[in-house]
Design a protein around this ligand. Structure first.
Ligand SMILES: C[S@@+](CC[C@H](N)C(=O)[O-])C[C@H]1O[C@@H](n2cnc3c(N)ncnc32)[C@H](O)[C@@H]1O
Length: 389
């Protein structure tokens, strides 16, 4: 795995920590790519015949597949190892970020206090965080996106920065900004004349994709909002450190305080699948409100919609992270009609596009291990929903 690009607030790592995480990565790759395909064989050789015997037909849904596979000893062992890899990863990264937390907090404070800042940070301690975000430690990140271990805590952001890089096995590039640069390049390619004056990135996290997107639009004024204060404190220090002007604000993407028609481009990246059935239409409606006439929204996420994966076994495999990696909405999102929601919100029907866009880092040869073993049929692509107001 290649390293992360250094910046002022990136937690450092000493020799033993590097060695430990190299082990964790190798372990995860082994479980996913070497052992993972054994699940399909277990299904074909044992699970499907057992289901046929009991029900008189082949499994017709992911739930049918789960009925037999959740009892299969190979799958149980694989699943347990997969979960252990994730826990080992966070344990090591937690120790690494935890031992330098005071220092990281000071750095973020200094960045926020600096007079010649390029961007800004606006926090709202009264913000009510929706339960789909506050009640879950998403993908098992200890403390989730909301750990507040001390005053001005940045631990959620620090852990997310190093965790997202390692969880993605470095496949999102050294700044973990693959979705942002991919979406930015997609826009430049499909709408070369589009020059947004103001851009808002909803659910911006620590700004990974916000900064990636900013590369495509160097003249734009960039804003990012997120629910997590610790994510945003870190995001602000990180953006300042790399010389990028971003205005971060702690807000719920479902209902923000930005004025009507105040942006030309509103984006979200890897946000939808961590929200809810109720939140997604609200976010799309909010995009409509925020956009100037003629402006665009674009949402990028994992390409896991069932229409791309009609086979019950493939859907079952994709359910693993829903049930065992604390991403409860991930499977549920896969049947949603996103284009229909955009149309209902008032977007120009002719402009609404859903696409699978090849990942730029994937194309540049960044090795990426599929979360699902060798069933890497979608290649390295991101799902996008684009619509014009
Ligand atoms: C998987 S992270 C992705 C972060 C960033 N977009 C990226 O791709 O690096 C999802 C982020 O969405 C934020 N989030 C979830 N629901 C949100 C909401 N309703 N409003 C604002 N942010 C939200 C979370 O706090 C988290 O930082």
């Amino acid at each position: 795995m290649k390293g992360q690009t250094p910046h002022d607030i990136l937690p450092n790592e000493h020799h033993d920590e590097v060695a430990r995480q190299e082990f964790v990565t190798s372990f995860k790759v082994h479980v996913l790519t070497d052992l993972g395909p054994g699940n399909k064989r277990a299904f074909e050789n044992r699970g499907a015949p057992a289901f046929q015997k009991t029900h008189g037909h082949q499994p017709k849904s992911a739930r049918d597949v789960a009925r037999v596979m959740h009892k299969d000893p190979f799958w149980q062992t694989w699943s347990s190892l997969n979960r252990s890899g994730q826990e080992l990863m966070w344990e090591g990264l937690g120790e690494r970020t935890g031992r330098q937390l005071d220092d990281l907090t000071d750095r973020a404070r200094n960045a926020a206090a600096r007079k010649n800042k390029k961007g800004s940070l606006r926090l709202d301690p009264t913000l009510k965080v929706p339960r789909y975000n506050s009640e879950i430690h998403i993908h098992c990140q200890p403390g989730g996106y909301h750990a507040e271990l001390a005053e001005d805590d940045v631990s959620a952001g620090a852990l997310y920065d190093v965790g997202a890089y390692q969880y993605g096995m470095g496949g999102q590039g050294p700044m973990t900004d693959d979705v942002g640069v991919t979406v930015g390049a997609y826009f430049r390619r499909t709408l070369p004349a589009f020059a947004p004056a103001r851009i808002l990135d909803l659910g911006c996290g620590v700004g990974h994709q916000t900064l990636g997107l900013a590369e495509a639009f160097p003249e734009s004024e960039i804003h990012g909002c997120d629910l997590g204060a610790g994510m945003l404190r870190y995001a602000h220090a990180r953006a300042e450190s790399v010389g990028q002007a971003v205005h971060f604000s702690q807000q719920n993407a479902e209902k923000t305080d930005y004025p009507d028609e105040s942006f030309d481009l509103v984006t979200s990246m890897i946000l939808f699948h961590e929200t809810s059935h109720k939140a997604i239409p609200s976010i799309i409606n909010e995009c409509y409100r925020l956009l100037k006439p003629g402006g665009y929204m674009v949402h990028g996420d994992v390409p896991e919609f069932n229409k791309y994966w009609p086979e019950p076994y493939d859907q079952f495999q994709r359910d693993w992270t829903t049930h065992f990696n604390a991403e409860p909405f991930r499977s549920k999102m896969r049947d949603m009609d996103m284009a229909g929601l955009a149309k209902k919100a008032g977007f120009n029907a002719k402009s609404i596009t859903e696409d699978l866009v090849p990942s730029l880092f994937g194309e540049a040869g960044y090795a990426r291990t599929s979360l699902y073993g060798n069933t890497h049929a979608y290649g390295m692509k991101w799902w996008v929903l684009v619509a014009q107001k």
